[in-house]
Design a protein around this ligand. Structure first.
Ligand code: FAD
Length: 503
């Protein structure tokens, strides 16, 4: 039961500054969670606009939507979305080579030793084909097939997961409607000034261009790269990671819809990589590159030369600094979205970090005391999460064997965090996957990149010498079962047409 004292200390007003994907996801989640006693307001500026990209996601987004009670087909229809079974990486380890990072697993558990050890043994004896051939997500994806996974764990169709590609602007609109229906107040206009409490240094109010002043107990900074509260007002500081992840810019452009692949493509070029994200009405494309190694003009030309449909929009240049704020939550400001830091969209993790930021905020929702213990825990977890993802991204660059251009030569020999070096060494020796606390990416993800980029173990697990399974027969059976199951699935287009085609 709430006492009078705890009620008087509870947060009464939350102000979200920014209405991009971060702002509206936060507004929707807070509107859903804060059923009474707290007013949620969101300020956004049409004149400033949003970053306007961010179309590929990873499977946990489904949990976010489910928590809000959103119907999947309504959501896919409203956002002109498609389904995603993983990412195909082209030219990363070597030129003219590709591999798949699946959502789900390779093979399926059949023994106490990991499946990939059996694969490795067979592969080294030239009795198995590429690891991708034992992966259900790829078996379906390469055929352009999609259906949600089967729930029967004995069925190979239960071994994958899925996420979405969607139009980020439409997703924000969709969530805006949801949040406003649940009482969130939206204010259009530009925040011009921020006032701090002279004693505590907490944010006290923001002043709009029209002179209106808005106060709150808790402020959420969703203002994008600007970070007008967390950095502009509180000067929280930033750690840059460009020595490990040298890309600092991206050209983005939409092209005509072509094949509706149920996966994202990431194609490495000389100084970065290109994304291809299929939506129901168009394809999203971008070239993430490093200005240190390539000019803006050259990067734009490469993107336009490599579109697989007619260009629909002008190319837009975005510049960023990879890294994170020193603190994600400082005083009474929580930074969510681009205001909190940025990692290039190589593994589609930014929207996920918005989701985990919201989840942590709800799990550690404060009262007006803003107990430092609560804030420290938020920051501890947030930092661990983003640094784990950072290491996973660095792995893609560090494991390249490309020597054809300056950027790849730099990446192939750059110093990397010790924690990552340790994982690479372990995998190289016996194919062991060392996990870190709170790592978003599980064993299958790390496995996909190690093997896909030629960090082939020197030996398999010594325990294998003591096992008697007939792995050969099992691998052959698995591969055939997956190929057969994929044939039975509807095409991605057929699935969308039947359940969630947009108008
Ligand atoms: P923004 O979209 O920039 O929104 C900021 C909001 O703040 C806007 O509403 C703006 O009007 C408002 N604002 C700013 N200043 C003021 C002010 N003074 N007064 C009032 N309002 C203000 N993520 C993925 O998960 N998958 C991807 O595939 C992906 N691809 C990306 C590709 C690129 C090149 C980039 C740069 C990012 C990508 N992201 C991706 C990240 C994703 O775009 C962002 O995480 C997501 O869009 C959230 O952005 P945001 O809401 O934090 O910021």
């Amino acid at each position: 039961m709430q006492t009078a004292q705890s009620k008087s200390k509870s947060i009464k007003k939350v102000l979200i500054v920014g209405g991009g994907t971060a702002g509206w996801m936060t507004a929707a989640a807070l509107a859903n969670a804060l059923q009474q006693g707290c007013e949620v307001t969101l300020i956004e500026s049409e004149a400033i606009g949003t970053v306007g990209v961010g179309e590929a996601t990873i499977p946990p987004i489904r949990v976010f939507n489910q928590t809000l009670g959103i119907d999947e087909n309504d959501f896919v229809r409203a956002t002109k979305g498609t389904f995603k079974l993983g990412i195909e990486f082209v030219n990363w380890g070597r030129e003219q080579h590709s591999y798949f990072h699946p959502f789900g697993s390779f093979g399926r558990p059949f023994d106490m030793v990991n499946m990939h050890q059996y694969w490795l043994q067979a592969f080294q004896n030239q009795k198995a084909s590429s690891l991708d051939d034992y992966c259900m997500a790829w078996a379906a994806a390469r055929e352009g097939k999609f259906a949600p996974p089967n729930r029967d764990p004995r069925n190979v169709l239960s071994t994958y997961e899925y996420a979405y590609h969607f139009d980020a602007g439409l997703y924000a609109q969709f969530l805006r409607k949801y949040a406003e229906n649940k009482g969130v107040k939206r204010i259009e206009g530009k925040v011009d000034d921020v006032t701090l409490n002279p004693d505590s240094g907490f944010v006290q109010s923001v002043t709009m261009q029209n002179g209106e002043t808005l106060t709150a107990d808790l402020f959420i900074d969703c203002s994008g790269f600007r970070g007008i509260l967390i950095e502009g007002a509180l000067k929280t500081g930033y750690q840059a990671w460009d020595h490990w992840l040298p890309c600092d810019s991206a050209w983005a452009v939409a092209s005509e819809k072509t094949t509706l692949t149920p996966y994202t493509r990431s194609i490495a070029h000389q100084a970065g990589w290109q994304w291809r994200i299929p939506l129901q009405h168009r394809t999203g494309n971008g070239h993430v590159f490093s200005r240190q190694f390539m000019s803006e003009t050259q990067a734009c030309d490469i993107l336009l030369e490599n579109l697989d449909g007619k260009r629909l929009t002008d190319a837009k240049l975005l510049k960023f600094k990879t890294g994170r704020r020193n603190l994600f939550w400082h005083k009474n400001v929580v930074a969510i979205g681009l205001s909190s830091g940025f990692l290039e969209p190589l593994e589609s993790t930014s929207i996920h970090l918005i989701q985990t930021g919201i989840a942590k905020l709800l799990a550690l929702f404060p009262d007006k005391d803003f107990d430092p213990l609560v804030i420290d825990e938020y920051n501890r977890v947030a930092i661990k999460e983003i640094e784990n993802i950072r290491d996973f991204l660095i792995l893609h660059y560090r494991l390249t064997e490309r020597q054809d251009s300056e950027m790849w030569r730099y990446c192939a020999s750059m110093a990397i965090p010790d924690s990552l070096q340790y994982k690479i060494e372990h995998f190289k020796r016996y194919g062991r996957l060392i996990s870190s606390e709170m790592d978003l990416f599980g064993k299958a993800s790390w496995l996909a990149v190690h093997i896909g980029q030629f960090n082939i173990p020197q030996n398999y697990e010594p325990l294998m010498a003591h096992r008697t399974n007939d792995s050969q027969a099992w691998l052959n059976k698995l591969k055939a079962a997956m190929a057969a199951a994929a044939k039975q699935l509807p095409t991605h287009q057929q699935y969308i047409d039947k359940f969630c085609k947009s108008a």
